[in-house]
Design a protein around this ligand. Structure first.
Ligand SMILES: [Zn+2]
Length: 761
């Protein structure tokens, strides 16, 4: 039986004789390739299993091979109960089977004997009424498999089968060939048949880097007519085709596994460990369409990272998953590159990480490796966190976020424009905006760049495009329509200067919106360049709020030369070109004033898209004629992330306030750094205040939580509702409320890590 779906072959067949980038770009239709037009696509709209929205607190126990007979299952069952965990993920098979498997080459734990460690845990968790997931991990295997099925092993670019990097007695498996498509399918069938679990969670299922095995070479050649690429150059047609072909393979695999487990248990599914932001490799739009629920796997901080990184992960998933439940894995240990998997970090660090995830719509999932604990300090920490969240559960069942600002992320920009440098060229722009929005306490959501239709944008008054360089003509049209409907747009640097394949345009795709054209010249990296604040001509300009006594501020690092397509009178920011920074005697500006504008602000009074039908008016973000556009032809956001200059922060904040031109849904004033999110539930709304104020804010782990307060909170209620009881959930007290029209105001005296203002409606 041919288990290899042929969709990728059909899609790619026509391109087999084409090699030029342009030809590939023409023929590899991004939309078509990712559109799941395969016969199996009939599985796509399968109903979500009925349990998916139930669990709010997840537990994961990943057994190690010598656990059976050594660890105490009852200890874990008691802990699940004490933490009020209502769902669990348990090790079943793949690399090690923890049950008496009959699948040939499925390696039973050497310590298993005649036990069924997995089955015993499943039975115990069922008695507790928990949702149960079986975990499989197919990424490594053994000598007997290598000898019997050498083609199941991953191969490196030089043609050598790959030993496992951390456990050299093992082999790395190929994620895109028969090991997964055949062997792991049998394993899943067996697990589902025996245990009827609610889902199978598939960890490290998508291969471990590029594989050059015979199957990968053959299938890729059939699909694209090309050889597998050796380098990560997104302008190489083979690389570009590979990025898409790999996804096609993985979606086929996901579909196959899902279909097979649903045949055995129609109320089950497979849940791949996948997804993320711009730099993740599988298309989030398609993931969002397929998955009934997902697990965001960003377990803790590493290196330079703010605690809001957990919330960001939640926002990225929600951008394409909408209201489907999203769970956030957190580790009780450190997550640095040296992988101390048995470590325990401070309670303060764990608390803040979880709090920011919860505030951003993630349901928590603690993960622990090894049934025998080497350090038990985390147990009480997680117990306290979960018990508190259980008390708050009613107010954590969110229906929709009420943010009015959207921060766009773009996987195609990361893949085809960023390539190897996507971190610096793409993600750092986003991180700069993210930090600025947090500091400005502006509630916001993230938006996927392939979901720019009216239905997905109608909740937003303002969209931010942080160097979203690669945009198709169709995406540019959607953005134009959004502005015509009254939405506002803020864009930076090379936004829309490339098409969806990362091929550079002569001019911005959004040139008409910006009212600015690219002249062809990029300057940078600039040293010692500045911006002149034009108070004389632009006095009192809202963009310069908080900078009134400031004659000039630092510039960014990269800028585009542009020319305005019509006159922008009195630009608030102009260029002071860079000048020598050494020797010190030479450090004086050669040019102190230019008329080269470094920001372009427009009010869109007349429709850009006259054909827009009036029925779209129901989904208008603002009112037509109220759209505003801000364009910075330089890397203000990326530079802000690198330098964190407060002057840049003020420009970014002021740009959002000017573009929005409306009162935000919630205003919080007081000391410190807070992540502010605002949500609607069935009969209530909530404002989450996560206190990020800490000397270890930008790099953990946090030693102690430091309270901040008081915070004045002013909430704009949704139209047509009245506030009933208002409660501060963490403080467990009822604050004094002032009401005025659709607003309520109150003071939160102090926030330790996480406070929730819960407003019954
Ligand atoms: Zn392979």
């Amino acid at each position: 039986m041919n288990r290899f779906p042929s969709v990728s072959r059909r899609v790619f067949l026509k391109t087999s004789s084409l090699t030029s980038a342009a030809a590939i770009a023409r023929d590899f239709s991004f939309q078509r390739l990712l559109a799941a037009d395969a016969p199996q696509a009939s599985l796509e709209p399968d109903a979500a299993p009925s349990w998916t929205d139930r669990p709010m607190r997840w537990a994961q126990l990943t057994l190690v091979e010598d656990d059976p007979g050594k660890f105490d299952p009852q200890f874990w069952l008691d802990y699940f109960k004490r933490t009020r965990s209502d769902a669990v993920c348990l090790s079943a098979g793949g690399c090690v089977a923890y049950y008496p498997t009959q699948v040939p080459f499925h390696h039973r734990s050497q310590w298993l004997g005649d036990q069924d460690a997995f089955g015993d845990l499943v039975a115990g968790c069922r008695k507790l009424g928990m949702v149960v997931l079986a975990r499989t991990d197919p990424h490594a295997t053994y000598d007997d498999v290598h000898d019997a099925h050498p083609d199941w092993i991953a191969v490196d670019a030089s043609g050598q089968p790959r030993r496992h990097w951390a456990s050299p007695e093992l082999w790395v498996t190929c994620g895109l060939g028969p090991y997964n498509f055949e062997f792991m399918t049998e394993v899943k069938r067996e697990i589902m048949s025996r245990y009827k679990v609610d889902a199978i969670f598939i960890n490290r299922w998508d291969g471990s880097g590029m594989c050059y095995c015979e199957h990968c070479r053959k299938h890729f050649k059939e699909a694209s007519g090309l050889e597998l690429p050796l380098a990560n150059d997104p302008q190489d047609p083979a690389r570009r085709a590979y990025l898409l072909w790999r996804q096609q393979r993985l979606f086929d695999l996901w579909r196959l596994w899902d279909r097979e487990v649903r045949k055995i248990n129609p109320n089950a599914c497979v849940i791949p460990n996948t997804g993320g932001g711009a730099t993740s490799s599988l298309d989030m739009k398609k993931i969002g369409e397929r998955a009934p629920t997902l697990i965001a796997d960003r377990q803790a901080r590493r290196g330079l990272a703010a605690p809001w990184a957990n919330g960001k992960n939640g926002k990225e998933f929600r951008a394409t998953m909408g209201r489907k439940p999203i769970v956030g894995i957190f580790s009780v240990g450190l997550e640095e590159p040296y992988r101390w998997k048995d470590s325990v970090q401070s309670e303060a660090e764990i608390r803040l990480w979880v709090a920011d995830g919860v505030a951003n719509g993630l349901r928590p999932w603690f993960t622990k490796f090894s049934g025998v604990l080497h350090d038990e300090r985390w147990l009480k920490s997680v117990e306290r966190i979960y018990q508190r969240l259980a008390r708050w559960e009613k107010y954590l069942r969110n229906q929709s976020p009420l943010a009015r600002t959207g921060l766009v992320y773009s996987q195609q920009t990361a893949w085809f424009y960023g390539g190897d440098r996507a971190g610096a060229k793409v993600e750092d722009h986003t991180l700069g905006w993210y930090q600025a929005l947090i500091e400005a306490r502006i509630p916001f959501e993230m938006v996927h760049d392939r979901l720019l239709d009216a239905a997905h944008l109608h909740q937003f008054k303002t969209l931010i495009l942080p160097n979203i360089a690669a945009l198709s003509d169709a995406q540019c049209r959607q953005l134009r329509e959004y502005v015509t409907r009254g939405g506002s747009l803020i864009a930076t640097y090379e936004t829309s200067l490339y098409d969806q394949w990362g091929v550079k345009r002569k001019d911005f795709g959004l040139s008409d919106l910006f009212c600015v054209s690219f002249t062809g010249r990029v300057e940078g990296p600039m040293h010692n360049a500045y911006l002149r604040l034009e108070h004389d001509s632009a006095r009192g300009h809202p963009l310069l709020k908080g900078l009134e006594n400031t004659p000039r501020i630092i510039h960014g690092v990269w800028r585009l030369e542009v020319e305005a397509r019509e006159k922008f009178p009195d630009p608030p920011l102009t260029l002071i070109p860079g000048y020598p920074d050494l020797p010190m005697e030479k450090v004086y500006p050669r040019v102190t004033k230019t008329d080269i504008a470094q920001v372009f602000l427009r009010e869109i009074k007349t429709p850009l898209t006259p054909s827009l039908s009036p029925s779209d008016g129901e989904r208008v973000a603002g009112r037509p004629g109220e759209g505003r556009v801000v364009y910075f032809p330089w890397d203000i956001d990326r530079t802000f992330w690198e330098v964190l200059c407060v002057d840049h922060f003020k420009l970014l904040r002021n740009a959002v306030e000017w573009a929005a031109n409306e009162e935000p849904p919630v205003m919080v004033t007081g000391p410190g750094v807070l992540d502010v999110t605002v949500w609607r539930q069935k009969d209530s709304m909530t404002v989450h205040l996560v206190n990020l104020t800490n000397p270890m804010m930008m790099k953990g782990p946090i030693r102690e939580l430091i309270p901040v307060g008081p915070q004045k909170v002013r909430v704009r209620l949704p139209d047509g509702v009245r506030a009933g009881r208002v409660h501060l959930l963490a403080a467990d007290r009822t604050p004094h409320i002032e009401r005025s029209g659709q607003h309520i105001s109150l003071t939160v005296p102090s926030i330790l890590d996480h406070e929730i203002v819960a407003i019954d409606l």
